[in-house]
Unconditional design. Structure first.
Lengths: 258, 327
């Protein structure tokens, strides 16, 4: 578990519009990398290219290479479905399956992979919910609908669902933007624990959050409306927030634009 | 979903604003009036049917529920709904078994598989099917479907004859039977079921579909985990709309079905009848008692439709907390 991601020359398109342009970066295993930048700079689009979720939008396509350890996710023989099984994702708004119980939500990925044995599933449910710091709150109502939980609990349920399949990488697309500060704190603590096992990439609009949870921070920017987003710099979080090497980063961090 | 505030709170709010909210009042009374009107119409129909039915039932010399004959205007009036109940339920059942899976398939094709420039004209085409008058379906059924059923019926007789229901006891007669009617009804209810399920499938939140895809679901697995469970209440409601039409379809059935009132479990044998078809055939020549007897059969159809709808609502309500309405 936990693999290195090596991106080179990656561009993503919606139809004929270039959304991100020529991005290259290396993301270390067992670390948290945060993507920050103004709206429309392509950070979410870039995140979605890392598990081939970008291309589920009609007309969307990707050029370039993403190596997960040594395997190119965009290789000709690679099945995007298999990629998504090894690169998990947590979305902006909590999206547990409304028609399923808490239990069924957690094992949804395993069931897709064909695991049916009750004892195995039971174990995974407990381990994943414990991993997502949710076990104590829901252990007595595993058969109740997941949609009945609070927003923060739902998001932790989604994290449990994502880690239940033991992915190599966990992608998080603004996981706290729909949550209150207390739930946000719970998720941030959880991210700190999860990085011992997973490679974590998180998109956030909240710079304090990036500073709190991440080891490395990437700053994305765009030259103007309609222009593709670019990676401006990627460095240790501490350095980005104290002494960035590019002026635009400094301006963004200090709130002078964006 | 929020619950309505207590009545006194609503009353206070209305008083405190005075008549500055006349529009609200007008609209409130208008919508309440429409609701009441519906109840009045329903009660009037039910009351009328019940009254005339009682008149007829009092003079019936046979058992209304189990009698096969329909001779209310004979000197010794005898009529019963056994043949009609059987025919109505069986033809509607066949129609649903054929139509629901196909309709769900078409709806999924339109909402999740076809590229947009094909999906839209295709959806329009399906809607167009709903606009064809029933008599046209009936004529098509008797002039085209009936003469072309031979291959299918003899195949079913040969390979499914052991099931008894698909055993053909009389060969060589045109298949103006319940099975053919079922197929015709299936075609007729297809557009309504397709249209409703299609809209429900379109409303599945994108985020649930993406959740499934991100877990490594293929397109079909995504549909199975996110789309179909979310659309389940909608599929049931759509099927009930279609079933209502199949149960009540009159002229198309009357055109296709041959008119001998036999109750045969061999669905491929000609004959049988349905409530609506029977009324359409016999109403014009019926004496007063005959008309009342037909009303009684109409009341039974009314009750059957109510029961079916009630059952469907119960099925939907039982899993309400999983419906996705809260999300």
């Amino acid at each position: 578990m936990a693999k290195r991601i090596d991106v080179s020359g990656l561009s993503a398109f919606y139809g004929s519009t270039r959304a991100i342009d020529d991005i290259s970066m290396t993301i270390e295993p067992r670390s948290v990398t945060a993507f920050i930048g103004p709206s429309g700079c392509g950070k979410s689009t870039f995140l979605r290219t890392l598990n081939r979720m970008h291309e589920v939008i009609p007309g969307a396509r990707v050029e370039g290479k993403v190596l997960l350890d040594d395997e190119n996710l965009y290789g000709a023989s690679v099945d995007p479905v298999a990629v998504r099984r090894s690169v998990g994702m947590v979305f902006q708004r909590p999206n547990p399956f409304p028609t399923m119980s808490i239990y069924d939500n957690v094992v949804a990925g395993l069931k897709l992979a064909g695991v049916k044995k009750k004892s195995v599933l039971d174990g995974v449910v407990e381990r994943s919910l414990q991993g997502a710091n949710l076990w104590n709150e829901v252990k007595d109502r595993l058969n109740k609908p997941g949609a009945g939980l609070s927003g923060g609990q739902q998001q932790r349920l989604c994290i449990a669902r994502a880690i239940a399949v033991e992915p190599e990488v966990l992608l998080m697309d603004e996981p706290c933007s729909a949550l209150d500060p207390i739930s946000t704190l719970a998720i941030e603590d959880l991210i700190g624990e999860l990085k011992a096992q997973f490679t974590i990439v998180i998109v956030t609009h909240n710079m304090q959050q990036a500073a709190r949870v991440s080891d490395r921070t990437a700053f994305f920017n765009l030259a103007g409306v309609g222009q593709p987003g670019k990676l401006i710099e990627l460095d240790d979080t501490q350095r980005i927030f104290s002494n960035p090497s590019v002026q635009a980063t400094e301006d963004y961090i200090s709130g002078r634009f964006g | 979903m929020t619950s309505a505030p207590p009545a006194d709170a609503r009353g206070r709010a209305r008083r405190s604003r005075g008549d500055s909210r006349r529009g609200d009042n007008v609209f409130f009374n208008l919508s309440r009036g429409s609701g009441v009107l519906l109840l009045v119409v329903m009660a009037a129909i039910a009351g009328f049917l019940a009254y005339r039915s009682l008149l007829a039932l009092g003079k019936n010399e046979g058992n209304f529920l189990t009698t096969f004959e329909w001779t209310p205007d004979a000197t010794k009036p005898v009529f019963g709904i056994a043949v009609l109940t059987f025919g109505t339920l069986v033809s509607a059942f066949i129609a649903m078994v054929i139509a629901v899976p196909i309709a769900v398939g078409i709806a999924l094709f339109i909402s999740h598989y076809a590229p947009r420039r094909i999906a839209q004209p295709f959806a329009y085409l399906v809607d167009l099917l709903a606009a064809v008058p029933s008599i046209v379906y009936g004529l098509w059924g008797v002039l085209f479907l009936v003469p072309h059923m031979d291959g299918l019926t003899s195949w079913m007789d040969q390979y499914l004859g052991w099931t008894y229901v698909f055993d053909q006891s009389s060969t060589g007669v045109p298949p103006r039977n319940l099975f053919t009617v079922g197929i015709l009804l299936a075609i007729m209810v297809l557009p309504i079921i397709t249209a409703v399920t299609r809209e429900v499938f379109r409303q599945v939140p994108r985020m649930h579909e993406e959740a499934a895809l991100a877990l490594g679901a293929t397109r079909w697995e995504m549909i199975r985990t996110a789309v179909l469970p979310f659309g389940r209440p909608g599929i049931i409601s759509a099927s009930m709309l279609g079933l209502g039409r199949a149960l009540g379809e009159t002229i198309a059935v009357a055109t296709v079905l041959s008119t001998n009132s036999v109750l045969s479990l061999h669905l491929l044998d000609p004959g049988g009848g349905t409530f609506a078809q029977n009324i359409a055939l016999k109403f014009s020549e019926a004496q007063p008692l005959g008309r009342d007897a037909l009303m009684a059969s109409g009341l039974v159809l009314f009750v059957i439709t109510l029961l079916v709808n009630g059952a469907a609502r119960m099925i939907i309500a039982r899993r309400k907390e999983y419906s996705g309405a809260a999300a």
